[in-house]
Design a protein around this ligand. Structure first.
Ligand SMILES: [Fe+2]
Ligand SMILES: [Fe+2]
Length: 257
């Protein structure tokens, strides 16, 4: 039976399912980067990786009910074959352990906001998304605590942290998400990153509200060790949301799934 989920909500759920389903690569990478920190850190990353895997499995179970046409195995094979992750590296791709943790904090903040926004798109998806958003927020806290540990030991590096956040923001437009988005759409046309980016952004901005932007901004500022008065942050988030969401005309961009 065809799903009742709106097309953009269905698409973003499928995309998240794919991205979350290769979490074993993410935790393996972190275990390598922080090898010198010993077994306690490794166990944290292993537990984290297992939780991320459950996110992929939960989304897959949801889609099996709501969207039986979704060919998960085929899409995942395609995704894994075409989008490599940072495997077999001994050092953070961001340059240092602190930089890696800043990047992780931002990714977890984004993931939490993604599920908050996605859950608002369909009542049937809300309970699952609430649970996933809470997990991602907890992951943010774990990585932030580890970052604080390193800052106490080595001193904070605010410029490096700012640079990493900027780099991670730009990476939202790279293959890691966009190729997954293209795969789950059924790959009716060749993959063109710019076109997929436009489609993906259009879907995202149908769901993201100023409060989701504010949430990410608050956690990012915490990661940088900065604070902004709530009223100012409220105004800034509304402004950023208005600028980024303007002109994203989603309606015509959805071919039938
Ligand atoms: Fe996750
Ligand atoms: Fe997470």
């Amino acid at each position: 039976m065809p799903t009742d989920l709106p097309p953009h909500v269905l698409h973003l759920t499928r995309t998240a399912c794919l991205v979350e389903s290769r979490a074993h690569l993410y935790s393996g990478y972190l275990a390598n980067v922080f090898r010198a920190r010993g077994p306690r850190w490794r166990e944290k990353f292993e537990r984290w990786g297992e939780e991320e895997q459950t996110h992929g499995a939960s989304l897959r179970a949801f889609l099996a009910q709501e969207d039986p046409r979704f060919d998960f195995a085929r899409h995942l094979d395609d995704y894994l074959a075409h989008v490599p992750y940072h495997c077999d590296v001994e050092k953070s791709v961001y340059g240092s352990e602190q930089a890696e943790l800043v990047a992780r904090c931002f990714v977890e903040a984004m993931a939490a906001s993604y599920y908050q926004a996605l859950g608002s798109g369909a009542a049937v998806l809300q309970p699952l998304c609430r649970r996933l958003a809470a997990d991602e927020a907890r992951h943010f806290t774990m990585f932030r605590r580890l970052l604080e540990t390193l800052r106490e030991e080595e001193g904070a590096r605010p410029l490096e942290a700012m640079h990493v956040l900027t780099k991670r923001l730009r990476a939202l437009d790279d293959e890691q998400i966009l190729y997954a988005s293209w795969c789950v759409r059924g790959a009716q046309a060749p993959y063109v990153r710019e076109e997929e980016s436009k489609r993906y952004r259009a879907m995202i901005w149908q769901l993201y509200r100023p409060e989701h932007v504010r949430f990410v901004a608050t956690l990012s500022l915490q990661t940088l060790g900065l604070s902004v008065a709530p009223a100012r942050l409220h105004r800034l988030s509304a402004l950023v949301h208005g600028v980024l969401s303007r002109g994203e005309e989603a309606g015509s961009l959805f071919p039938p799934c």
